[in-house]
Design a protein around this ligand. Sequence first.
Ligand code: GLU
Length: 316
Amino acid sequence: MGKRLYRGRFAPSPTGPLHAGSLVAALASWLDARAHGGQWLLRIEDVDLPRCVPGAADTIVAQLSACGLQPDEPPVYQSQRGALYQAALDQLISAGLAYPCSCTRQDIALALASAGHAKERHGELIYPGTCRQDLNGKPARAWRFSTSKYAQNSPVAQSIRLQSAIDSAADSEPSELVWHDRRLGAQAQDVSREVGDFVLRRADGLWAYQLAVVVDDAAQGITDIVRGEDLADNTARQILLQRALGLPTPRYLHTPLVLGANGEKLSKQNGARALDLSDPLAALNQAAAVLGLAPQPKPLPDALANWVAQWAAKVT
Ligand code: GLU
């Protein structure tokens, strides 16, 4: 059997240094790439600049390097890739698959309340499609407008949302998007009903994670996404976007999370400390244990090679 091309990536948001939880995703994505004889890339997801911490990206690069996890290409920075995201957005708008929305959070809450349901999901209101339905009664797909108009001609700040219903026929039942995770198995989500038309570009002009991640994974030729399980819930939205843009869907593997003292995903807010670089192997051993791999003694290169062999023996 010929070896298929494998390109994986680790895509941290530089909101702080790597901690025990983020190292699990970094190690798993690196191991999966190495076990497949593939390439492993690093993408700094600094698209939400106000949340980024100055210097954190450099710290992450140094932490990975201290752990022996070297990317095969120079890291890319999402903050420098706005033109790619704009091109994708223009494509969606001219295909009638995305539309501007000037609803505030309060508008959305009022619309939901007057419809008799205050839908919420993970503390987020489920967008009821107000601006999509307001397009002279026509579904967004039937609505074409010049891409130069949507930003300048609007008196109020507008976000751009993806039309998330799977079927183009306006009256057809919304349906579930089914996808496969290599660890979690079959997954399904009705994005239109459970999430609603989601934001691609925020009203403040910032690119949304969903658009940036889909555009970059395709532009970088990523075949396999290995990341923390907290992101699994985004996958259906990302596959919808891939389909809308005519892009391939990678394979997905979501890794177990490290939990903080409060039982929630480990984060700076619940006590995650930056990795201790004085002993990278100890940090890697902790991450490897979360992935079900056997502990390894020194030296670091041998430990990594042994974990690659263990991982390779498990993967399909
Ligand atoms: N930047 C995202 C995060 O740090 C990860 C994106 C991804 O792996 O798809 O949570």
